[in-house]
Design a protein. Sequence first.
Length: 377
Amino acid sequence: MAAFALSSCGALVDAPSASSAAASEGASGAAAGGPVAISATDSACEVATTDLPGGVTTFSITNGGSQVTEVYVYDGDRIVTEKENIGPGTSYDLTVDLTEGEYQVACKPGMVGEGIRQAIAVTGGSSDLSPAEQQAVDAYRAYVQQQADASVPLVQQLRDAVAAGDRAAAQSLYAPSRLGWESVEPVAESFGDLDPRMDAREADLEPGEQFTGWHRLEKALWTGEDLAAVVPVADQLLLDVQELAQRVPNAAITPVSIGNGAKELLDEVATGKITGEEEAFSHTDLVDVKGNVDGAQEAFEVLTPLVQAADPELVTELTAQFTALQAALVPYADPSAPGGYVSYDTVTEDQRRDLARAVDALSEPLSQLGAAAAGQA
């Protein structure tokens, strides 16, 4: 079973274990041509092979630095795949499906900045999907579109409440307006600057970067700021959510990216929500958790027919662990609260640890989903 450890910045990160190493080895060893090593340190990002064949590749990432790091694969400014919160001295296997073209691998020690980048070239590869793969992609795209479309009127209402200076109404709309985003965030991250514009926390910003999006509104709403000053922020957030909905039909989605996205959603729970860092002013973290878990479960369910053929035991385990995690959230449901969950500042440290254990139990098998969807189990 995977475990979590506290990083130097207080976030829960993946800690190594014998079983997780074995699972990673199995996933990477099955990839065509074997895994491609990425050695990340505080000052380097070394990719063992920079000329790759098209198709499914597994990057075997080792963080030899002293800081928590992230590894991204970029196609221009589009994020193809990513892995955040790789703790010092730990390893992680990241499976990705690449077609012919030029890409960049970026390691981000300290999880800040543009990262240390290495160009890679991919030759060959096909974007053609089997009927079963296409069915999974179509079903997931429809889900993402549904969530994005449902977010637009909620953000419109939030914007109107801010513009009217109605703090209570805006506070009640804040968490519900984020739910759709939280369920599809990994896909939305592929849209470049939409993600930081909409969802960056103040602590995430580098000097000179503008604080915008939901969390700028959150701070204003819960610290008593004059709401007139943040009406332009609300206006821009509405435009960004509308743009998100418009861009879903052309989003690059593959079975592997759906599987990786499910794991990224669970990482969001572990690193931002369980710690209480995400919603520092509103304490609506559990609403975000619900969105992340529901989105990850939807990704798993659309991939189940593919994964069942490759690894039926994984399907059984993931089904059980999703059921357990959803059950762990039930005691915190509160229909009278905005978003339907209690304020996170009322959840004790012991209760947070219990939630973390439920996340932990799902985390390791979910990390195998992308590879299994690609038939690499």
